[in-house]
Each structure stands twice: as C-alpha cells, then as structure tokens.
Design a binder for this molecule. Sequence first.
Ligand code: TPP
Length: 339
Amino acid sequence: MLDAADRRGLLRAMVLMRAVEERGLSLYKQGKIPGSFYDGRGQEAISVGATWALGAADAVCSPLIRDLGAHLVRGTDLAEIFRHYMGRENELSHGREGNVHFGDRRVGVVGMVSMLPDMMVVAGGLAMAFKLRSEQRCALSFFGDGATSRGDWHEAMNWAALYGLPVIFVLENNQFAYSTPTSRQFAREPVARAAAYGVAAVSVDGNDVEAVFEATREARERALAGDGPTLIEARTLRMHGHGAHDDASYIPTELLEEWLGRDPIERLASRLGEEETAAVEAEVAAQIDAALARAMEAPMPAPGTAGDDVFCVGEPVTLGEGAAPWSGFAAPDPLPAAA
Ligand SMILES: Cc1ncc(C[n+]2csc(CCOP(=O)(O)OP(=O)(O)O)c2C)c(N)n1
C-alpha cells in the first residue's frame, strides 16, 4: 500500500519530529522555553505511522507528550509550534500552556487535557457523533501504558465496543509510566484485556513505522465499515525521561542500548538509502531554521491578556431551558441489534 513517496514522507516526518525536539531541548536549556520540555525520542514511528493512515476528515484526539509527529503529519505550521513552545503570541495557545499541550482544529486535531487517559473518552464522543450522523470518519486517540490502569480506560473500551464506535485506540507501550515499569502496573497485558470488552486488538512493533501504518490502516477500514473499535498496541521504549527534568536513571542501560539498535528512523533510512536520507535531513534542517526565524519575530503576548479565554464570559448557557422537546436521534439507533 505504501509507495516510494509515502516512505520518503514517513522518513521526513520522523526526522522532522526528532530534529524539532532536539532544537526544542536546546531552546529549553537556553531558557527560551518556559516550564519543562517533553519529547518522544524513540517513539517517532507511532504518531507518524498512525496519522499517515488517516483521512483528512478524521479526528486526532489527541496527540500526547510523545506525539509531535501527529501534529506535523496533519500539517500544523511549524513556526506556530515554535511560537507556542516559547510562549509567544500564536494561534494555537496565545502563549499559554506547556510545549505538548496544544491542538489545531483547522487540521482536525483536538488539544489534550491530560494523558491519563481522558482523551480516549473524548475520542469516543467524537466517534459517536460521526456514527449518529452517518459520516464516513473515525477518531484516533493516543495514550501510554500508564493510562491503561485507570478507570476511564475501561469505560472508553466498554463504551466503544458496545456502540461499535469508529474509533482507534493507539496504546504506546513504552514500558514505563513515568518511572513505573509495566511489570508493576498490571497483571494482564492490555491487549489480552481487549477481548473481554469486545474490542479488536493487535500488537505491533512500535519502532517499525510501516507496521504501525498498516495496523492503523486496517483499524480505520474496520471503523468505517461499521465494525467498531480497535486497540493497537505499539511496543517501544521511551529513550528520554518523562520530561527534560527527568534523567530516566530508572531505565536499565542495557535496555536503552537494545532499543537504540531498533531506532525507528535508522530502520527506515537504511531502507531508503544514504543519498535520499541525506537529502531529507538537509530539507528538514532548512525548514526548521526558517520556521524558528519566523517564530522569533513574534512578540510575547500582552500581559493583560493572560486571563483571556480562561473562563467563559458572556451569556451563561442554561441547559434544558427553552430547549425543543426530545425527539430522539436523527440517525438510526447505534446500539447493536439484540442477539
Ligand atoms: C489524571 C492525571 N494524573 C496524573 C497526571 C500526571 N502524569 C502525566 S503523564 C504521567 C505518566 C504517564 O505514563 P504513561 O501513560 O505510561 O506515559 P509515558 O510518560 O511513559 O510516556 C503522569 C503520572 C496526569 N497528567 N493526569
């Protein structure tokens, strides 16, 4: 299904993600990015491969700490991302929030609230709306292994299976939830739990961008055919700490070395060859320099605007009062037929 142009695009998106995050870390160390800095080093294949399989009308809800690649594939402007990182005036956040907390509705990306895993339930809501309106669209949600130990994970899985929702759940199993290894998080692997809910599940090598793409493509076909949700487990290792403030000393060196040998970028690069890879790297470096130069021109937000959009102002919304009487769903009842 993937052709040469796709492979080059996938490589470009992964190289761009890594290079933007390397630049971001430098800016953070220079004091130009406030707060901490979170990245997805080693996990580039997951957000890039998964979003490559989506259609323009599908929703990403949401890219998390490790998923800059999703924003890049969907097409959010890189200068805007750098402005957001540096707290400068921009359309994504108007200078508020940490580096990973943003969305871009213009490209179908919902900003995240938290990664544990509130956004799975929101993705279920989007998928429910698509289904009720009989639209050929799906929603995709990313989350980490830590999320699978929380109650909202179970609710989202159950709800999606019951209503056959067109939603794709992408679990980034990077073997640690902050510093807690998966062996101390759960007795039963999340993929094994999926069958109990009635959710189709597959486990793939999360450092193989083509495998992630293929699993997501199949999950999307299932979703659009009305056959319900899929859980994709992408197995990987987080190569950096949880954030720049975390030295990840709890990850054994041998484990890091083992996964360094499975680097997702090097694996695809070796397939495309040195010449093509060098061209992609040069292209990406130039793009980053240009975007950062544009971002640096943006002013800091006016201090007086710090409270804007934080609280709802204007007419209060009263639920129920004066509403039209309940008339049922416009689309067919999405509940599965009784057996
Ligand atoms: C409800 C809630 N509790 C705690 C946090 C703080 N927090 C953010 S990420 C995280 C760990 C997430 O682990 P995992 O999902 O496995 O992702 P990883 O950091 O390993 O990539 C924690 C505790 C949060 N964002 N939301």
